[in-house]
Design a protein around this ligand. Structure first.
Ligand SMILES: [Zn+2]
Length: 998
């Protein structure tokens, strides 16, 4: 009955009007011309009026029509934006209205953000009073003013003086997950209410707030009913790293228009979730953010839904911990109350939209009503951040949910600032610096060399060290201190052992920026620095040098190698580190034949600038060198077809549905900008047909699929034996090489089972293998999942261990450290066969396109030389009569010959030891004595029949664990829905789980 009543309400304009009834008048004066009661400006066309003439048959009529689920009631993104444009024209100019007059009370402005990957429009709109909109970018410049407060260029005093006079900014956005569409219609409804309501309450909120509305953040996924971006990336795991173009164009808008709140609207199976939130939350979130969410907006939403007897749920068990989401990222970057709202899809579409509308509308109400108080606190948080940074203080962990009362760890050291060497990993450092600049972080360069104390290079203890002139310096004494620490910190210091997504993500560690680090003491007094607006590490080398040299200790440097090979230059790499032109070069440094650069007409300065990689001109080759072949890379699809993707749509829409394939294709072609022509999909059919050999591929990348013993594995063996380079990751990649007789490397299962859900480890690298070139300063190992392979060192055989785990984890893990655990185990192994080689990676190097460090390993493997080193003095003696180029004449015979057929190992099925990981299971562990209560909690949580069939129990002397087998495979929002019930019941039984994998 209740449900039917609300369903009807959703489709009735009258009821929606009722939901938006003006709150009690507040102290502020009402704007002129407003009405005390609810009246609508009939001049503005409603959705049904606008689309009623049938000019766009794609529009669903009447508005809010459609049954349950995610698809039936959904309007395509372009239909939603067309209505936004029509309303904007109506209010701004009167176009399309009966009166032909602009709105007396509202203006809108559109901000285009370009197009999505599959060419759909991206835009957001701002909506407020005519005065506010006119003074957002011009006039009073409210946008630049609040941006200046956030950036620390406008003082706290000036900011506080403006909290009554200027409107605050606020964001309402939706659909990072494309198959969670209904909030777009909710924002359409909100738009209509905001522009047509003439009552004083509505006018007050327009006077108080500039509302930024973005109904569709992932139009490709939304229109294709897919959760992910066209490239199969989760937009809600990419908001911090912003690899996806839709996020990349959007995030910098946060600097320009920092808001008091940021709504990120999602959907789940049923019910409705909105804050208050559950722990853990990241320790650097400001008090303003947490207090506003938990104590102002959350309770207001509860009240609103109580009033309407609406169903809702709080304290869902996902987190504000990882800076990758639409709540945590806006919270940290713009100091907003960043919030996730999740409406279930189990009710009629109109009700889905209605509940989202109700929550959005009430959020606007409560924030508008308390604007002066909230804006004051919002302003104060920036000086607070600066003060914390100046004192080198990290914020302590805090708890936001009543379900918790114990914090198990706190940030354990001060941080005064981060430093990044400009002369190591240059291009990758530059990329990180640019990303920080894009969100308003202030970055400086040391004017001269500084002898500093309390220097902690990443992964190392504090020491005294000289930081060279030109080193990038990011002091913590700045307003963006929270974001800086959240993404650059080694360890996020999770407050207690409950996790949901990854538990570490440190950008410098994932990008292999060993040698850089942070200071736990302030820079010595008197040190001078210069603020920069761009890293500008590219150089213009002498036009007539015999040899050009640059480092390849960055993904950007390796990209530059491919750029040059692709343009016809002859490129070598050094097997040893050396010093030349007054600087040191790491192993694997590129040495380019200057004559070939000039012959090909290559603009070295432009390439150097694009890759932010300095190039030096040399008079001769300083060390022995290896010839590098121009790569032609086969990328394994793992099936008989090429998955539809933005580069090769085939018969599909271009919306990719194979995550592992598209993650690799995206990382190599879009992120690392390798020429798409050099990366060719290879299907199982093509592999079996021997196309790697006949197509003259130099390398074959298998992002984790298993090539069964048979023609495919035989073809792989022939390819490697003949000089090909195979790169295989995870269990499938290793099993494939085993089946092909290339390696004996195998995995083991550790007991007890290890938990490494995105855990970073210290590591030992060798530069003796070309796969480890450029890792002279070391590196790290990131286990993106608990199920990543654990290699058995006894099975390495004649292989070379390129990277092995160290003894330290940065952040949360269980049972993975100590003797016989991961310590010292190989994670990257190179194995030669005949004249080729295989590189086997015990993790996914393309995970979320996060790991430039691992992309370097892949590129090193792809670009590994096959010939002997050439002595520095080798004379170029090409014989054109024999078709020799300068390169081939210099090339010595291959270091290893292919094996004769009789010598080749047998192709046979040799799967690695199956992993007994528990990462796909939801697991909640309590004290053994509390098993009874745990069972009671699960019973009271009323799990579905399907879920109940997955439940297992495991007990030891001290502990009892609830297990829902394979339940972590499902949509994460749905999982929250029931895990939260279990956790909530445990709380009411006063049980604190020892650990939870939710
Ligand atoms: Zn979602």
């Amino acid at each position: 009955m209740l449900r039917r009543r609300l369903l009807a309400a959703a489709l009735s304009a009258a009821a929606i009007i009722g939901a938006g009834m003006p709150a009690a008048a507040n102290a502020q004066a009402d704007p002129a011309q407003c009405t005390p009661d609810l009246q609508y400006d009939s001049n503005i066309p409603s959705w049904d009026q606008y689309y009623g003439d049938g000019h766009n048959p794609a529009a669903k009529l009447p508005f809010g029509t459609g049954g349950t689920g995610r698809v039936e009631g959904k309007n395509q993104s372009a239909v939603v934006l067309e209505y936004f444009d029509a309303v904007m024209a109506a209010v701004n100019t009167g176009a399309g209205t009966a009166s032909g007059q602009p709105s007396p009370t509202v203006r809108m402005k559109k901000y285009p953000l370009g197009r999505s990957v599959l060419n759909r429009e991206l835009a957001f709109y701002v909506l407020s009073t005519p005065d506010n909109v006119a003074n957002l970018d011009e006039g009073r410049q409210d946008g630049p003013f609040w941006a200046g407060v956030r950036a620390g260029t406008i003082s706290e005093a000036e900011g506080l003086a403006a909290v009554r006079n200027r409107p605050a900014l606020a964001w309402v956005t939706a659909t990072p997950h494309g198959n969670e569409p209904a909030a777009a219609e909710a924002i359409v409804r909100q738009l209509y209410e905001l522009v047509t309501r003439k009552d004083c309450a509505n006018q007050r909120r327009l006077k108080n707030l500039d509302l930024f509305l973005m109904p569709v953040r992932n139009p490709d996924g939304r229109d294709n009913d897919q959760r992910t971006s066209a490239w199969a990336f989760d937009h809600n795991r990419d908001f911090g790293t912003r690899q996806q173009s839709e996020n990349r164009s959007f995030i910098p808008q946060m600097n320009k228009y920092p808001g008091l709140f940021f709504i990120d609207a999602h959907q789940q199976s049923s019910g409705y979730f909105f804050p208050p939130n559950e722990d853990p939350v990241h320790h650097e979130l400001s008090d303003f953010t947490l207090d506003t969410i938990q104590n102002t907006i959350g309770p207001a939403l509860q009240q609103k839904f109580n009033d309407q007897s609406g169903q809702y749920q709080n304290y869902n068990s996902y987190d504000m911990f990882t800076p990758e989401y639409g709540d945590s990222v806006p919270s940290l970057i713009m100091g907003a109350a960043g919030m996730t709202y999740e409406k279930g899809v189990s009710e009629a579409y109109g009700k889905q939209a209605y509940d989202h509308y109700l929550a959005i509308d009430e959020t606007i109400n409560v924030v508008s009503d308390q604007k002066v108080r909230l804006l004051t606190k919002w302003v104060e948080q920036w000086q607070e951040a600066i003060d914390q940074g100046a004192a080198c203080n990290l914020q302590p962990n805090k708890l936001v949910s009543p379900l918790h009362d114990v914090i198990t760890q706190q940030p354990s050291h001060p941080v005064c600032g981060y430093f990044f060497r400009a002369d190591e990993h240059s291009g990758d450092v530059a990329k990180l610096i640019k990303e920080l600049l894009e969100v308003g972080v202030h970055v400086y360069k040391l004017d001269s060399a500084v002898n500093a104390t309390g220097v902690r290079e990443f992964g190392k203890p504090a020491t005294t060290k000289t930081l060279p002139a030109g080193t990038f310096w990011i002091p913590m004494a700045q307003s963006q201190k929270h974001w800086i620490q959240a993404v650059l910190g080694e360890d996020p210091f999770i407050a207690f052992p409950y996790f949901y997504d990854v538990v570490t993500w440190s950008y410098p560690l994932q990008r292999g920026l060993a040698g850089s680090g942070f200071l736990v003491e302030n820079l010595p007094v008197g040190v001078t620095t210069t603020e920069i607006t761009a890293p500008a590490l590219g150089t213009t080398p002498a036009p007539d040098a015999a040899v050009y040299a640059f480092d390849t200790d960055s993904m950007a440097g390796l990209g530059l190698v491919v750029d040059l090979l692709d343009r016809g230059a002859t490129v070598y790499r050094s097997g040893s580190a050396f010093t030349a032109a007054g600087r040191s070069f790491a192993t694997g440094a590129a040495l380019v034949d200057g004559a070939t650069v000039r012959t090909a007409g290559i603009d070295l300065a432009a390439l150097s600038a694009a890759r932010e990689t300095p190039i030096a001109g040399l008079a001769s080759y300083p060390v022995a060198r290896y010839l590098i072949a121009k790569p032609k890379i086969g990328l394994f699809t793992g099936g008989t077809t090429v998955p539809s993707n933005p580069l090769q749509p085939g018969t599909g829409t271009g919306q990719c549905t194979s995550t592992s394939f598209c993650e690799a294709l995206f990382t190599l072609t879009q992120k690392d900008k390798l020429p798409a022509s050099a990366i060719v999909p290879i299907t199982t059919t093509q592999l079996a047909a021997g196309e790697l050999v006949t197509g003259q591929y130099t390398a074959f990348i298998n992002p984790g699929s298993t090539i069964a013993a048979g023609t495919g594995a035989s073809a792989l063996q022939a390819f490697v034996n003949g000089g090909g380079r195979y790169v295989g990751s995870n269990a499938g990649g290793v099993t494939s090489a085993r089946n092909a007789g290339i390696t004996q490397l195998n995995t083991v299962n550790l007991s007890p089972t290890i938990t490494t859900p995105g855990t970073e480890y210290s590591a030992e690298y060798t530069t003796a293998s070309p796969v480890g070139w450029g890792f002279d300063r070391g590196g790290f190992i990131y286990r993106d999942a608990s199920s990543n392979p654990v290699f058995d060192p006894a099975t390495v055989g004649t292989g070379t261990v390129v990277a092995a785990y160290g003894t330290r984890a940065f952040g949360y893990q269980v049972n993975s450290l100590g003797a016989g655990k991961l310590d010292g185990r190989p994670a990257v192994v190179e194995q030669r066969l005949g004249s080729g080689r295989a590189t086997l990676l015990g993790f996914n190097p393309f995970f979320r396109a996060w790991k430039d460090q691992d992309e370097r390993l892949v590129l090193n493997a792809v670009l590994a030389p096959s010939g002997d080193p050439i002595a520095p003095a080798a004379v170029r003696t090409p014989d054109p009569a024999k078709g020799q180029t300068s390169a081939t004449a210099e090339s010595a015979p291959p270091a290893a010959e292919s094996l004769a057929k009789a010598e080749l190992p047998k192709v046979a099925s040799r799967p690695v030891v199956a992993s007994t990981t528990t990462q796909k299971d939801v697991r909640i562990t309590v004290r053994r004595s509390e098993l009874g209560k745990l069972r009671t909690a699960v019973k009271r949580a009323k799990l579905s029949k399907a879920l109940r069939s997955k439940v297992r129990w495991a007990t030891t002397k001290k502990q009892a664990t609830f297990i829902a087998k394979n339940a972590r495979l499902s949509d994460d929002h749905d999982r929250n829905y029931w895990t939260s019930r279990v956790m909530g019941q445990l709380k009411s039984l006063k049980v604190k789980p020892l650990q939870a994998q939710l």
